[in-house]
Design a protein around this ligand. Structure first.
Ligand SMILES: [Fe+2]
Length: 210
């Protein structure tokens, strides 16, 4: 017997990106001072900034992380199988979640790749980033059994997959992959950057020049 796994979903983790997190952290503190209200999106509690565009990031201290994201996003997209394309960061925003704060289930519509970069974390209990399987793929378990009727360690039985935050870790994922962020129960703030990218085909650009 040979078992085939159909349509696996990739995510990409890049540890120790080598970005100066203190420089970014100083800038984040400044932004929060200037805009203490921020915005409310998927977060329950905490503070979220408005969006930074790619053009704006090239003029402020986010330029290093902007370049680090682009570099790794190309690695991920190449690995995904993209060919003859270019990537563009549409937006990036700051998340600061204090003790007890979390993010509801959501995805990032309108983009192709999304990601998170961890800037500063409490020493423990920061709350995992959980990717959640599509509901229709959870039906087998829900229709006749429960979690105890299935081997939970088989990849094809997983209902969710947790990524545990580390400072200077970047995680990239397909934008349609729904996820939650568990409650930060540590003493201190979990500070991260989230971002979206779109892809453009190089083929379309060649039509008129030719
Ligand atoms: Fe998200």
């Amino acid at each position: 017997m040979k078992r085939e796994l159909l349509f696996p979903t990739p995510i990409w983790k890049f540890e120790k990106c080598g970005v100066d997190v203190n420089k970014i952290h100083d800038f984040i503190k400044l932004v929060r001072e200037e805009d203490p209200t921020g915005r409310i999106a998927s977060n329950d509690g905490g503070w979220q900034s408005h969006d930074f565009t790619d053009a704006v990031m090239q003029t402020n201290p986010l330029i290093d992380i902007r370049n680090a994201i682009r570099e790794r996003a190309y690695v991920a997209a190449d690995d995904f199988g993209f060919r003859s394309y270019s990537l563009h960061i549409t937006n990036l925003w700051i998340n600061i979640n204090g003790k007890g704060h979390y993010n509801h289930l959501h995805a990032h519509p309108g983009s192709i790749l999304s990601g998170v970069y961890y800037v500063k974390l409490p020493p423990c209990c920061q709350g995992a980033l959980s990717f959640i399987r599509r509901y229709e793929e959870q039906m087998m378990k829900e229709s006749w059994g429960n979690a105890h009727n299935f081997d939970p360690w088989e990849d094809h039985n997983l209902l969710d997959y947790d990524v545990y935050p580390e400072e200077d870790l970047m995680v990239l994922f397909p934008s349609w992959l729904q996820h939650t962020v568990a409650k930060n129960t540590g003493d201190g703030e979990r500070i991260s950057l989230s971002f979206n990218l779109v892809a453009h085909s190089d083929f379309y650009r060649e039509i008129y020049p030719r």
